[in-house]
Write a protein that binds this ligand. Structure first.
Ligand code: DAK
Length: 258
């Protein structure tokens, strides 16, 4: 399907979704959010896709929600329209692994979008921030919750209250970013990582994602019990038998998602 604000390619089990509003540094407008939620849901349903990569341009992953589109809206409008709520929820409901590949600006709704992904791999030019405070608003797509769970209260407060930008070294140090590569190598490295994940059993990558996400949403003992039950359940799969047999026979596993 052709999109106006995205470029989508599916190759070697990976759907690469690129935000494409270069004139606005990939600011998230309604069109982009509608298309993005449709594109990730299509990738989630597509049997040719095992991993999704979400990226922007080298200059900007996304500079936030589109301020020009939002500026004149009233409370009544954003409340009744539930601005971006359904789209963000649809993106968060994706069950396949989803990586954010971030270069340049990753601000406001852009940072929130990256945090909805399962993990963030960034280039050395990436800058993260929640600058909504400078616009007289607060984050609206999960930023106060996800950033706090990720980096802790003190740094999250600092980011949300000052609106400052965080360079990538700090982002990696505080756990917002899992790995950093030079900008010129970012996409090649991310695609290698995505393909590595695509080689695993889709049953176990989806189960692992579900278990890790439980850690964000439940107490420790409930999360541990959930993980244990998922672990037990995977013994009902052929891929578990194959994975363990391959280990003992000192060969590569041939997973069939069964
Ligand atoms: N919206 C609209 N246009 C933007 C934009 C944005 N967020 N960011 C950049 N642009 C546009 C600029 O207006 C400019 O357009 P022209 O003037 O050329 O027409 C073009 O992109 C290039 O930007 P600059 O000329 O400003 O480029 P610089 O390199 O000088 O500066 C910058 C880059 C990223 C530092 C700067 O553009 C900037 O500060 N941008 C705004 C960053 C920001 O405040 N982001 C937070 C937006 S608020 C919700 C969900 C989400 C949200 C809220 C609710 N719900 C579910 C309820 C999210 C809110 C936000 O993200």
């Amino acid at each position: 399907m052709a999109y106006e604000t995205l470029i989508v390619e599916v190759e070697d089990d990976v759907a690469l979704i690129r935000l494409n509003r270069p004139d606005a540094l990939n600011a998230l407008n309604s069109k982009l959010m509608t298309e993005l939620s449709a594109a990730v849901q299509a990738a989630d349903r597509n049997d040719a896709v095992r991993v999704i990569v979400l990226t922007g341009s080298e200059k900007s992953f996304a500079a936030g929600a589109d301020v020009k589109e939002m500026a004149g809206k009233s409370f009544t409008e954003v409340y009744f329209d539930n601005l971006f709520g359904p789209e963000a929820e649809a993106i968060a409901r994706v069950r396949k692994p989803m990586i954010a590949a971030v270069s340049g600006y990753c601000l406001g709704g852009g940072c929130e979008l990256a945090m909805i992904c399962d993990f963030i791999i960034a280039s050395d030019t990436a800058k993260f921030g929640q600058p909504e405070i400078n616009l007289g608003i607060v984050a609206g797509m999960g930023g106060t919750q996800r950033l706090t769970r990720c980096v802790g209260k003190s740094k999250s407060m600092d980011m949300h209250l000052t609106g400052r930008f965080m360079e990538v070294a700090e982002a990696e140090r505080c756990g917002l970013v899992s790995r950093v590569f030079p900008a010129k190598d970012l996409m090649a490295e991310v695609m290698k990582i995505a393909k590595k994940i695509a080689e695993k059993s889709l049953l176990s990558t989806m189960a692992a994602k579900e278990c890790v996400n439980r850690a964000q949403e439940s107490g420790l003992s409930e999360g541990i019990l959930f993980e244990r039950r998922v672990f037990h359940a995977l013994f009902a799969t052929e891929d578990q038998k194959e994975g363990m047999a391959a280990f003992m026979e000192k060969r590569q596993p041939q997973f069939r998602d069964k």
